[in-house]
Design a protein around this ligand. Sequence first.
Ligand code: ADP
Ligand code: 5GP
Length: 192
Amino acid sequence: MCKKGKLVVLSGPSGVGKGTICQILLDKHPELRYSVSATTRAPRDGEEDGVNYYFMSRECFLGMVKDDGFLEWAELFGNCYGTPAFAVDSFIEDGKSVILEIDTQGALQVMQKRPECVSLFILPPSIEVLEQRIRGRATEKEEDIVLRLQRASAELELAAHYRYQVVNDDLQRSVTEIENIFRQEDILPAIV
Ligand code: ADP
Ligand code: 5GP
């Protein structure tokens, strides 16, 4: 029987660097899979449907909720975000580990439903640095930046619920720390 893949939950406040870290891990380790979430938010410049997110109407999203199509879902900043269950389960059955890059509400749902998941919380070196990163990304309007920063303080209090906590100070150092965790958890092969 084929060995099953692992379910990895990567979470942390908006702007902490989750997307950047995930992209580096996926580029370096093609055996890893990424769970493409569904969202009702509008695409940002350069974002592609089916690659960054499945962009959909609220009506369509709520239809999927009703049909039990999400492993987890949450409402954030006025939009819905959710993890389609089907793709995640087929990757795991196929022996591929899959990364869910999701918010804390969704992460807590997954940890409850799938206690075997490997959960990581990414922390900023400080709130000031988090603010610089969100502003530096220049993808949100001022009112959305304020919302994201307000939410960040509450989210940081949930870090202890995760199996691992990683401070994203230097990007390369954080990636190496996560790779070491992945080796320890048998998500990546050990270095021989
Ligand atoms: P998230 O996916 O958590 O919302 P992003 O990956 O979009 O965050 O990162 C937010 C911004 O911070 C981006 O402009 C990214 O280039 C930058 N960034 C990410 N990690 C670091 C780091 N370790 N040091 C400096 N800047 C970073
Ligand atoms: P953004 O709008 O910046 O792409 O994402 C906003 C927040 O939504 C981020 O914290 C991101 O991790 C979270 N998010 C993205 N996809 C999902 C998902 O499928 N479920 C949940 N619960 N959160 C998600």
